[in-house]
Write a protein that binds this ligand. Structure first.
Ligand code: SAM
Ligand code: SF4
Length: 429
């Protein structure tokens, strides 16, 4: 039997798709890149912006002829397109066999077992896994950001237990993973719903104990939930990488208030300062939305100024997209699409310059790279600070730590040449 999985959206979707693929392989199934060959097609969707939703709906629609020619093909749609209540998806896409809520990999597997009687477990998952693996540690989000549909689709926060997560990380390490990224929409709120209320710092300490694991990352952090304990854990624990994903969304208090983000620009500034004081050399990534309802030129200028002053390593910028059912969708979407496009370009240009300057600061220095895969004839990996590095070498470097001297640096990636071989995990940029 053959399966095909198509994924868009965040790392959580990627993690769910990996898990689905592993479980299907455990049933003896094989992946195929060709939808026409697949017995089971899974589409893992995203609706964070209208453009993502359009892409997901277009992709589902493109499968209609396949179902007509080969009715035995099963089509399953999961991810954030699928809400709690029926939103007319069954009517729009009657040829889809099953709609599953975000992250419902169990639902997918029980469907596969029920539909294909022979699809009983054949082996426990022993296949190799990616060197750098995503591990969801919690689902959902209890915040109320007014623009966000994800919290509506994924529901309230539910944390997995420390023991369950540590056991999964051990098994991943046994199968070749060397780095894990602990995932949550709001990962720094981890654990408050569990007995004894362990927090993200406790989780980092527990995962740090796993032998054979070299690096730990976590994302995405909400600025209001980032505690000193977490910053301290990043500073103290060797395996925890010095990198924070800390979405600010806007640089003006009025916009932050309309977004219901729960902090002010000054509070965000002092959080960044605390991180930089406690974890020198930490890299910082952020998310920004431009063209939010009511955003004036002055409000945007405040965002631009904050980005210029903070000098993030990475900025993900999105044009505001009204999402049905969210409080912001009731506000007039009063920034013209062309204006949103212009604002987005201004942020991209600024960030392109800043990231180039930051990365060029590493030129000539030697960085420690965990090599993830071969890509277009080069080895591809990342530094502890999450910078993408490529280098050429005839030996197999997958899953190893390489010391690479940077010879070229651009805004999104760097290139280098292999230096002395690394003796093992350690510090470095
Ligand atoms: N939980 C994270 C946080 O607190 O920001 C991120 C979750 S959201 C799935 C990922 C990013 O998509 C957000 O940081 C935001 O910048 C962007 N985003 C979410 N809703 C959006 C909307 N309606 N329009 C444009 N961008 C949006
Ligand atoms: Fe959405 Fe806000 Fe929760 Fe992030 S913190 S998932 S933007 S509601």
């Amino acid at each position: 039997m053959k399966y095909h999985i198509w994924t868009i959206g965040c790392q959580m979707n990627q993690a769910d798709s990996w898990r689905a693929a592993e479980e299907l392989e455990g049933l003896g199934w094989q992946a195929t890149p060709d939808v026409e060959q697949a017995d089971l097609i899974v589409l893992n969707t995203c609706v964070v912006r209208q453009s993502a939703e359009d892409k997901a709906r277009g992709r589902i629609g493109s499968l209609k002829p396949i179902k007509r020619h080969r009715p035995s093909t099963a089509i399953v749609v999961m991810g954030c397109l699928v809400g709690e209540e029926s939103s007319g998806l069954e009517q729009s896409f009657p040829f889809v066999d099953l709609f599953l809520r975000p992250s419902d990999v169990e639902g997918l597997m029980s469907y596969a077992r029920g539909r294909w009687a022979s699809a009983t477990p054949q082996r426990s998952p022993t296949a190799d896994v990616p060197v750098s693996y995503f591990v969801p540690v919690m689902e959902g989000c209890d915040n109320h950001c007014t623009y966000c549909i994800v919290r509506l689709r994924r529901g309230r926060e539910r944390s997995r237990t420390l023991e369950e997560i540590v056991a999964e990380v051990r098994s991943l390490v046994d199968r070749g993973a060397r780095e894990v990224t602990l995932l949550g929409q709001n990962v720094d709120a981890y654990g408050h719903d569990l007995p004894g209320q362990p927090d993200l710092a406790d989780l980092l300490h527990a995962v740090h104990e796993v032998d054979g694991l070299w690096r730990i990352r976590f994302l995405t952090s909400h600025p209001s939930d980032m505690s000193n304990r977490v910053i301290d854990a990043v500073a103290r624990l060797d395996k925890v990488c010095e990198h924070f994903e800390l979405p600010v969304q806007a640089g003006h208090d009025l916009t932050l208030k309309r977004m219901a983000r729960g902090y002010t620009v000054d509070q965000y500034r002092s959080l960044v300062q605390r991180i930089r004081d406690q974890v020198p050399g930490a890299s910082l990534a952020t998310d920004v939305i431009v063209g939010f309802p009511g955003e004036t030129e002055d409000h945007f200028q405040a965002t631009w100024d904050l980005l210029a002053e903070t000098r993030f390593d990475v900025v993900h910028v999105a044009a505001y997209s009204p999402r049905p059912g969210t409080p912001a969708a009731l506000l007039a979407d009063d920034v013209h699409p062309e204006e949103k496009h212009r604002l987005r370009r201004l942020v991209e240009e600024l960030q392109g310059r800043i990231a180039t300057e930051i990365n060029q600061g590493l030129s000539g220095s030697t960085v420690e790279v965990l090599v993830e895969e071969e890509y277009k004839g080069k080895w591809k990996g990342r530094t502890r600070t999450n910078k993408l590095v490529f280098f050429e070498h005839e030996e197999d470097w997958r899953g190893k730590l390489a010391l690479v001297q940077i010879t070229w640096a651009g805004p999104w990636s760097m290139q280098g040449k292999l230096g002395a071989p690394s003796s093992g995990p350690g510090q470095g940029s």
